[in-house]
Design a binder for this molecule. Sequence first.
Ligand code: IMP
Length: 198
Amino acid sequence: MKPRLLFATTNAGKLRELRGLVGDAVEVVSLEDVPPIPEPVEDGETFEANAEKKARAYAEASGLPSLADDSGLCVDALGGRPGVHSARYAEGGDQARYQKLLGELQGVPEEERSASFQCALCLAWPGGESRIEVGRCEGRILTGPRGSHGFGYDPVFFMPALGRTMAELTQEEKAAVSHRARAFQKMRPVLLALQATG
Ligand code: IMP
């Protein structure tokens, strides 16, 4: 029998990405496939702490090995902000948040606008064991938005290696280079090994 893994998300894109990564080896279910579980508060000071808190809570509640992620944008000139507060950095939508960021960086020269998207993934087993992997994507913050794909801070996050912003990449291109994709890739062998103990 295939092992079952709960991915603590309702985001269809993330679910698709994970299912693509583990193929037929593991049955990946989402929060929509299990009875309602109260959502843990993401009040950690690091992406790792938040991902672990979520994965542990869902593993204990569901009895299934559970995977959770936490991610955000860290801007060096702002001491790593917005970081774990990326989703709540400003009231309103994505545009309000990246505009606030551009405002805070007004006058900061190009060479000091380095930033990284970071993602922590935690796989927790019922009973306490857990494993964490992180992925990063390096870039810099432009002075204005470019591109219409993606979400969040993608339009202002420029990747010099590709010569484009994250929002100028197709979904497939982003899935190959993103912080989340890198963390998923690192976790892949652990997820595939679930089969042996399943
Ligand atoms: P979450 O970990 O999926 O909840 O993401 C937290 C927040 O970080 C999001 O609401 C976005 O503001 C930001 N973020 C995370 N990943 C990305 C990304 O791939 N592109 C743009 N913004 C992101």
